[in-house]
Design a protein around this ligand. Structure first.
Ligand code: DGL
Length: 256
């Protein structure tokens, strides 16, 4: 099976990594729309237009399933992608499930578009209507991660400001592809809080959607993976390699 995974940039590699570990026999094509990032500050109509183009391109390349690793696309444009004709798995229901399993009150962090859509709050309330949810847009986090500023005083101060008025939470749901890379400073800013992201739960959903048998051993991924980017291939190789923990081969620059 060929599984297409797409995101606005390289942050979705955090989801790809989890998928490769769970499904080491499958082939993956990862598409990062680095030319148009960020999506999180754009309107739902624009995000949907971009996302449909990415989905169409991956389908032309023969993918059997689309995984929308981008939280912003999953929040505002999943229906548009789902009309393309192949099964689609987004990250919102998976993330909500992981957060509810961890326990409330839940703090949800995401881009402006994701938080404004209310998608996470709706998904969490659908699972447990009595759970308290506090949502917060954190627009500075994506540029910090893109700059590689994931540790130290600056991201820690930003994290403290964002979390300072969030209200008491037991679980922090990282509702954006980039935020798992800030896990360290977020944990420092919210000691004792459980931090969850959607990656593992998305892998569960992909296993369920495909009927494939997932591996439960977190060994080395042996899947063959191609990488497509719409700009800045060298930057993607450098930063993406850090996320994946190995050098990225097969990176192709495309125009969609
Ligand atoms: N991939 C986006 C998300 O998960 C974050 C980056 C962006 O704003 O494009 O919401």
């Amino acid at each position: 099976m060929t599984i297409g995974v797409f995101d606005s940039g390289m942050g979705g590699l955090t989801v790809l990594r989890a998928l490769q570990r769970r499904l080491p026999q499958e082939r993956f094509i990862y598409l990062g729309d680095t030319a148009r990032l960020p999506y999180g500050t754009k309107s739902p109509a624009t995000v949907a237009r971009y996302a449909v183009r990415l989905g169409e391109h991956l389908i032309e390349r023969g993918v059997d399933l689309l995984v929308v690793a981008c939280n912003t696309v999953s929040a505002v444009a999943l229906e548009a992608v789902a009309e393309l004709g192949v099964p689609v798995v987004g990250v919102i229901t998976a993330g909500a499930r992981a957060a509810v399993a961890s326990g409330g009150p839940i703090g949800v962090l995401g881009t402006e578009a994701t938080i404004e859509s209310g998608a996470y709050v709706r998904a969490i309330m659908a699972l447990d209507a009595n759970i308290a949810v506090h949502a917060r847009a954190c627009p500075l986090f994506v540029p910090l991660v893109e700059e590689g500023w994931t540790e130290g005083e600056v991201p820690r101060t930003v994290a403290e400001r964002y979390l300072g008025d969030l209200g008491p939470v037991r679980t922090l749901l990282l509702g954006c592809t980039h935020y798992p890379l800030l896990q360290g400073v977020l944990q420092q800013a919210a000691p004792g809080v459980a931090i969850v992201d959607a990656a593992q739960a998305v892998a569960d959903d992909v296993v369920a959607a495909t009927g494939l048998v997932g591996s439960d051993t977190a060994g080395n991924a042996s899947a063959s993976t191609g990488y497509l980017v719409t700009d800045g291939a060298a930057r993607f190789v450098a930063l993406g390699g850090r996320i994946m923990g190995h050098d990225l081969a097969n990176v192709e620059l495309i125009d969609v």
